[in-house]
Design a protein around this ligand. Structure first.
Ligand code: GLP
Length: 267
């Protein structure tokens, strides 16, 4: 079972997620992070910036990208990552990869991306948000649980959800390239974040429902190292919420991973 941590709000969740990342990069300065875009991880990046860690050796692999946007489009995930993660946190742009951005044939870009992840030694920690269709990355319902990075067609629901970032719905691309569920499951550790009531149903299905391609985020149940950090609203449909709270409050001292090592705090 995933470890589910219910926090009062998004800010507290961001702090907890950032603590987990800070611990990793302190132990391994060239750690490989799987980078999610979307609004969900923003509080995590903000909290991580406050540690003032040197992240210049951290390597990053984006989860997904639109296909068909002109290079440099402000809403391409490459640009979003540059704006919200790479620049504010001081990552080295050359060490951050986005699927489909190597200038090669898009049809085979997925294979090259898989090879690049493998060559980097695999993803140490993958940050994930969840879409209202239950997608992670851009793996929409029906995605194979074993899928690898490939080009996909977005659902209309996801296009509508993401239209807020574009001038009109028409401008939202119909295609994307995304790490597959199989790719995500190869990461050593997963951190799934969700805030707000709109995510409650998909989140409950992902954590407590059957593992099914119809709800791609349910694939996380197949992973041995998953932490799900949710605020009260996103947790509102969880059947075992009381148990998650109890388990978190009574976690053993050695598992208190929100207490940072002194090498990070300088204490
Ligand atoms: C988007 C992205 C996902 C993201 C999810 C949730 O479509 N492709 O990577 O995690 O949907 O987005 P948000 O965090 O903005 O709610």
């Amino acid at each position: 079972m995933a470890e589910v941590v219910i926090v009062p709000d998004e800010r507290a969740g961001g702090r907890l997620a950032a603590a987990r990342i800070a611990r990793l990069v302190t132990a391994k300065p060239d750690a490989v992070l799987g980078l999610a875009t979307g609004a969900t991880p923003l509080s995590t990046w903000a909290a991580l910036a406050e540690y003032g860690l040197d992240l210049s050796r951290v390597r990053g692999f984006a989860l997904d990208e639109y296909v068909g946007l002109p290079a440099g489009h402000p809403e391409s995930y490459r640009e979003v990552l540059m704006r919200t993660v790479v620049k504010p946190l001081g990552l080295s742009p050359d060490l951050v990869h986005v699927p489909g951005d190597d200038g090669g044939d898009i049809a085979t870009a997925g294979q090259r991306y898989e090879e690049a992840i493998r060559a980097a030694g695999g993803v140490d920690l993958q940050v994930l948000g969840i879409g209202r269709t239950g997608h992670i990355g851009f793996n929409e319902p029906g995605s194979s649980l074993a899928s690898l990075t490939r080009v996909k067609t977005l659902t209309e629901q996801t296009r509508r959800d993401n239209a807020r970032f574009f001038a009109s719905l028409d401008e939202v691309p119909r295609h994307c390239i995304t790490q597959g569920l199989g790719t995500i499951l190869r990461a050593r550790e997963l951190l799934l974040l969700a805030w707000g009531e709109a995510k409650a149903e998909a989140l409950a299905a992902a954590v407590e429902g059957p593992v099914t391609a119809s709800l791609p985020a349910s694939a996380i149940q197949l992973h041995p190292e998953v932490t799900v950090i949710v605020d009260e609203a996103a947790a509102s449909r969880l059947r075992f919420a009381d148990y998650y709270r109890y388990a978190w409050e009574n976690r053993p001292d050695w598992a208190r991973d929100e207490d940072l090592p002194s090498s990070v705090t300088g204490a």
